[in-house]
Design a protein. Structure first.
Length: 228
């Protein structure tokens, strides 16, 4: 029984052991054993890579060394043999390390991942998105469909009547073209007649026919007869 005036000792808070968290001063956890096995495997792989690089260097040096240097070649061959033995040993150790990693990963709690922190949600609540989608679907979509149908059914007025001014100009243009065509036909007829007269006169002169009228008079008469 405690003495008067002496406060009672406060009970210590219970220590809660979380999965994957090591207890200070306690044995290593399964997660720590798995991480140690993985670290050993990574180190063995690095050693194997360096040993293979060293073997490539020795093989290249042995290839470049002439046959006459027997001592140098014997030393390179011995080192190459030792490197091959080291590579074989590392291969065996890596295989054993792979087995230890798989064994440590099979222990419950070895692959424990701590829970991710909950990130507070920012922005409008989910109800706002739901209500907005319902408003668009129930109100805006029917209005858009009705407007589209109204546009499709609207008759399109097509104007097929030609303006009176344009029709008059086309008529005058057609009459002018017809008059030009008639004049060209008349000129062509007169030209053909004059050519025929010249041809006949040339033929009569060649056959020794009598004197004909002067060419200028006949041509003038032919032109006058060809005119309207």
């Amino acid at each position: 029984m405690p003495l008067q005036g002496t406060p009672a000792p406060t009970p210590a808070a219970p220590f809660i052991v979380q999965p994957g968290v090591a207890v200070p001063g306690g044995p290593p956890t399964a997660a720590q054993m798995l991480e140690a096995a993985r670290a050993q495997r990574r180190e063995l792989l690095n050693q194997l890579e360096r040993a293979e690089e060293r073997r490539d260097d020795l093989q290249e040096a042995l290839t470049q060394t002439p046959q006459s240097e027997t001592v140098t070649r014997a030393g390179l061959e011995a080192r190459l043999k030792d490197t091959d033995a080291r590579i074989a040993s590392l291969d065996a150790e890596i295989a054993a390390s792979e087995q230890r990693v798989s064994t440590a990963a099979a222990v419950p709690g070895a692959t424990y991942e701590p829970p991710r922190p909950v990130v507070p949600r920012t922005g409008p609540p989910e109800e706002a998105w739901v209500l907005g989608g319902m408003f668009i679907f129930l109100v805006m979509m029917p209005m858009a469909i009705a407007q589209a149908r109204r546009i499709w059914r609207r008759p399109t007025a097509t104007s097929t009547e030609m303006p009176a001014e344009l029709a008059d100009r086309l008529n005058r243009l057609e009459q002018a073209v017809d008059a030009v065509a008639v004049e060209l036909e008349r000129v062509g007829e007169g030209q053909r007649y004059v050519t025929r007269v010249f041809t006949e006169q040339a033929g009569q002169r060649a056959l020794g026919a009598g004197a004909a009228e002067p060419l200028e008079v006949r041509a003038r008469e032919a032109v006058q007869q060809g005119r309207p």
